[in-house]
Design a protein around this ligand. Structure first.
Ligand code: SAM
Length: 258
C-alpha cells in the first residue's frame, strides 16, 4: 500500500488504498510479471480482444496498457462496484479501448450483499468475441457451482482457437500431501486448506468459504472437457504448496477453446 500512496501522483493507474485489497505483493511487479506470461506463454498479440474476469482494481489492466495496441481491446468484469467505477474513471480518459463492467454477484469475501448468483451469471458479451480470457486469483475464491457456470461463459465468449489462462490452487498428490501436513506459511495470505469441502475441494475457512478454495486437479480437468476447453500440458504448478520447481505462486492452467 505504501508503494501505491507514494506513486499515486506519478501513476494515475495505481489504485488508492481505500479500494479493495487484492492480495499480497507488489501491484506493479505482479501485473507486469503476468502480462509477460500472457505474451510469452499464452502468446497474446497487441491487437487481441482480451477479457479479465475478476479484474479487481486493474492490476493486469495497468500492465496491459503498455502492450495492447489501440486496435486491441480490454474488458474487465468485477463484483466490487467502487473499484469498477474508479477503473472506468481513470482509464476512459487515457485508454479508451479499456472498459470495466460491474456484475452484482454474491461472494461472501468480496460482495456479501450481491444480488446475483454466480451460477446464473451471463457475461455481458456476445459469443466468440475474445481471443484471450484470463482470471488471476479469482477461481481461488469461487465455489463449484459458480466456477462451472463461469467456465461455460468463458467457453462461450472465446473464439474457436482462443485461449484462457486461469490460476488455481490445485490438489494433486504432491500438493495434497503438503496440505495434509499443515501447509506452507509464506504470509498471512497463504491459505492452509485445512477443511475438506464438497467434491474433494478444500477450504481455508468454514465460516467464509470463499476466502480461499482449492480444487482437485481431476475436477478441473473434467470441467474443461465438459466446456470444450483443451488443457495445454504441462500444467504450470505453483509454489503455494512448497513445490520447488514452480512457475509462480498459484497453479496456472492454460487451455484452448476447441
Ligand atoms: C484476489 S483478487 C484478484 C484481482 C485481480 N484478478 C488481480 O489479479 O489483481 C480477487 C478478485 O476476484 C473478484 N471476484 C470474486 N468473485 C467474483 C465473481 N463471482 N465474479 C467476478 N469477480 C469476482 C473479487 O472482487 C476480486 O477483485
Amino acid at each position: 500500500m505504501n508503494e501505491q500512496k507514494n506513486n499515486l501522483a506519478q501513476d494515475p493507474l495505481l489504485p488508492p488504498s481505500e479500494l479493495h485489497n487484492i492480495g499480497d505483493g507488489s501491484f506493479v511487479a505482479i501485473g507486469e510479471t503476468f502480462v509477460k506470461y500472457f505474451v510469452e506463454v499464452a502468446k497474446i498479440t497487441p491487437n487481441d480482444q482480451v477479457l479479465d474476469v475478476g479484474c479487481g482494481t486493474g492490476r493486469m489492466a495497468r500492465a496491459l496498457t503498455r502492450f495492447l495496441s489501440p486496435q486491441g481491446e480490454y474488458h474487465g468484469i468485477d463484483i466490487v462496484k467502487n473499484s469498477i467505477d474508479w477503473c472506468n474513471e481513470v482509464y476512459s480518459v487515457r485508454h479508451p479501448n479499456f472498459h470495466f463492467h460491474h456484475s452484482d454477484v454474491f461472494n461472501s469475501a468480496y460482495n456479501p450483499e450481491g444480488k446475483v448468483k454466480g451460477s446464473a451469471l451471463e457475461f455481458p458479451f456476445e459469443s466468440k468475441k475474445f481471443d484471450f480470457v484470463f482470471l488471476t486469483s479469482v477461481f481461488t475464491h469461487m465455489l463449484p457451482a459458480d466456477l462451472d457456470r463461469y467456465l461455460s461463459e468463458i467457453s462461450r465468449v472465446l473464439k474457436p482457437g482462443g485461449k484462457c489462462f486461469i490460476t488455481y490452487f490445485l490438489l494433486y498428490p504432491e500438493s495434497l500431501k503438503s496440505v495434509e501436513a499443515g501447509g506452507i506459511h509464506f504470509s498471512q495470505f497463504t491459505p492452509k486448506f485445512a477443511h475438506p469441502y464438497e467434491n474433494g475441494c478444500r477450504v481455508d475457512n468454514l465460516t467464509h468459504l470463499e476466502a480461499a478454495i482449492a480444487y482437485p486437479e481431476s475436477v478441473i480437468q473434467e470441467l474443461y472437457i465438459k466446456h470444450h476447453l483443451n488443457i495445454e500440458l504441462p500444467i504450470r504448478y505453483g509454489n503455494w504448496c512448497g513445490r520447488k520447481d514452480a512457475f509462480d505462486f498459484q497453479d496456472v492452467v492454460i487451455a484452448t477453446k476447441v
